[in-house]
Design a protein around this ligand. Structure first.
Ligand code: BGC
Length: 333
């Protein structure tokens, strides 16, 4: 082993020992089965380490009972701040209340936790995400039949994304130009559930459909599988969100219209920076700047990051030039 490798290992071990003695934070994720949550977690672990934090992680399988137990475990492991991306924003409140009774501070991550008090929210501007989806679709398909999907009903974001898109779609429905043939939530955000809904909607509409409002790339993938089976892929405009590699590949193939870049690097960094401030009892108001209005109990101080619409005209610039993704991830070598 080369001498520099020893030096690096020693530095890493020293950093670990140093962090373990002091600042311990927890990160509770709802799943790792979607690409974005993998990136969020990677960023939080690496940014946390850069700050000298000891980052403990837990992953639930889209199951709030499991996640609540994991939050209890993070408290038991000595985490003084826990960053939680809840599976079910309402049922997570029980674990949040319990942790806070032990003096632990909580940051809700990307998805709001409702009906309980806690310190902060770190997320994206969810209304903007819905707006970008609705705007992109209605500019290209201002008339005709729409299939509208929304995300998991357990996720606070779902309604906001849907409402944001409807700001663009609804006026055209009222004018009589657009007809919504089906408007349904996708349980647990599962692509197979999205696929089934779109299959049934296509049958109902005799395949006469111009657009599918899909709230994220996973559901877009399901919708496109249903369109493909009917020879309609590439003929129907489909939205998305997350800028997953597979979604960019579909955009390049011409079967998905757009996605929304939610830069997990920025969000992860914002959350761990905030966590360290909280550990040290330092103010966070220069970071939060805004708030989420009323989660059922209180207004939550919030970091709300901007997002960007990605399509065939700008994916290279937004994703490759910014280093979010490598060109070879999309196109192979
Ligand atoms: C997130 C999306 C994600 C979806 C499914 C939402 O709360 O904001 O980025 O695709 O959950 O995991």
């Amino acid at each position: 082993m080369k001498r520099w490798m020893f030096a690096v290992m020693a530095a890493v071990m020293f950093a670990g020992a140093f962090a373990a003695a002091g600042e311990v934070i927890g990160v509770a994720m709802p799943t790792q089965s979607e690409e974005r949550w993998v990136l969020d977690l990677q960023t939080m672990v690496s940014e946390g380490r850069k700050l000298g934090l000891d980052v403990r992680t837990q992953i639930a399988r889209n199951d709030q009972m499991q996640q609540n137990n994991q939050i209890d475990q993070l408290v038991a492991q000595g985490c003084r701040v826990i960053i939680i991306a809840p599976h079910d924003g309402d049922s997570a409140a029980a674990a949040v209340n319990k942790a806070r009774q032990d003096g632990v501070k909580i940051i809700a991550y990307d998805r709001l936790i409702t009906n309980c008090e806690y310190e902060a929210f770190a997320g994206f501007n969810s209304v903007q995400i819905g707006n970008l989806q609705g705007k992109w679709l209605t500019e290209r398909a201002p008339k005709g039949n729409y299939i509208c999907l929304s995300g998991a009903p357990t996720d606070f974001n779902s309604q906001i994304y849907h409402d944001g898109a409807m700001e663009y779609i609804r006026p055209l429905v009222d004018k009589g130009d657009i007809t919504i043939v089906v408007d349904q939530p996708v349980i647990d955000w599962q692509p197979v559930n999205a696929q089934r809904i779109v299959e049934n909607a296509l049958t109902k509409a005799n395949n006469d459909v111009v657009a599918v409002l899909a709230p994220n790339d996973g559901t877009a993938g399901g919708a496109i599988a249903a369109l493909e089976a009917q020879g309609l892929a590439g003929k129907v405009f489909v939205s998305g969100q997350d800028a997953e590699v597979s979604a960019i590949q579909r955009i390049v193939r011409g079967v998905q219209g757009m996605t929304v870049l939610v830069d997990t690097r920025e969000l992860g960094k914002a959350a761990v920076t905030m966590a360290q401030r909280m550990l040290r009892n330092e103010p966070i108001d220069d970071l939060t700047k805004g708030h989420v209005e009323y989660n059922g109990v209180m207004d939550i101080p919030a970091v709300l990051l901007d997002t960007a619409s990605v399509d065939i005209t700008n994916y290279g610039e937004l994703l490759f030039d910014s280093g979010y993704m490598k060109r070879e991830d999309v196109f192979g070598d």
